[in-house]
Design a protein around this ligand. Sequence first.
Ligand code: GAF
Length: 387
Amino acid sequence: MTVTDIFKSIFEAEPLVVQSPGRINLLGEHTDYNEGFVLPAAVNKYATVAVSANDTGNIVMHSVQFNKTVTVALADIAPQTENSWTNYVLGVTDGLIHGGKKVTGFNIAVDGDIPIGAGMSSSAGISCAVAFALNELFSLGLTREQLARTAQWAEHNYAGVACGIMDQFASLFGKANHLIQLDCRSMEYKYVPIEMEGYALVLFNTNVKHNLASTEYNQRRQQCEKGVALVKEKYPQVNSLRDVTMDMLHELVEPVDVSTYTRCKYVVEENDRLLNGCEDLRKGDLEAFGKKMFATHHGLSQEYNVSCPELDFLVDAVRNDADVLGARMMGGGFGGCTINLIKEDAIDKIAKDLAPKYEAAMGKPLTTYVVLTGDGTSIVSKPVVAA
Ligand code: GAF
């Protein structure tokens, strides 16, 4: 049954149906909340929501995946500890209300096929779908960028993750067969066509599920802010790690706090790496780009310290394979997927060889996805209006 059918059978109404994708990211990890650059793309896996207004003053939420219905009065809207999936609906609604928008009661059914906890941002998929759907339903007139900010607000205030804007932006602005080169300070972006020349993007899922709120994600953000504060004492014009150079870090952070220095060093280098990586893509030099993916993994694992043994195992396992140009952990880290640039006709063999080795070493199954990019948030169907 589709989410539309399920919605109709529960709520006996015609819904507006909206889908919003998960994302991958090629380079630029943990740079978004440092006002840096990112290079994500939307994938062809989606969160889908069906909504209609009701006149009860309640938000009635049904999760298809959990087969559960939860009702919260608009007047009592607050983060939930039980049924944490409701936080993406409630958080976005509250974010809209905080932004001065008028939202009344509604019914919503939530479904999707973005793997949960795999680092593909299933949460941004849901919150962007909800934001887009409520914007349409209540004619709120918000732009896609404002919807991304609302979804980010929900993540900060309801899910407890002090995330950047990459995931929400990629979900709302994705374009099939394109990467998005986004400057997270100016919010200027350009679409970069993906020209794969016989290579494909493959995700290997460690099946280590992570929930960023319970990891050291927020702590990393604080360490970056600490680095900026140390530099700012001498260079008051510095506002984020985007403005910081390696010389400044050597001079002002390394002597005071080596751990903060190491974290900040990774971010400063990653921003440069991304810009150089985009140059590689423009020149069609996938080999040079792939090397940068390995370098990013090294930084995330050894300097930023957000990897885990399972992710490191998967990157090390393909490092010397001539058919693999690049590999690295993807997303917030502490679990989830690696992203790999692999020669198309070698994918099956590499995945078949890797799965038993991974399972023997790590005691978990390996899941492989060959990624196809997709378009950003869109309307799937509108209520059929009786003639
Ligand atoms: C998570 C966050 F939600 C993003 O904002 C980003 O920081 C990413 O981790 C790391 O690059 O997906």
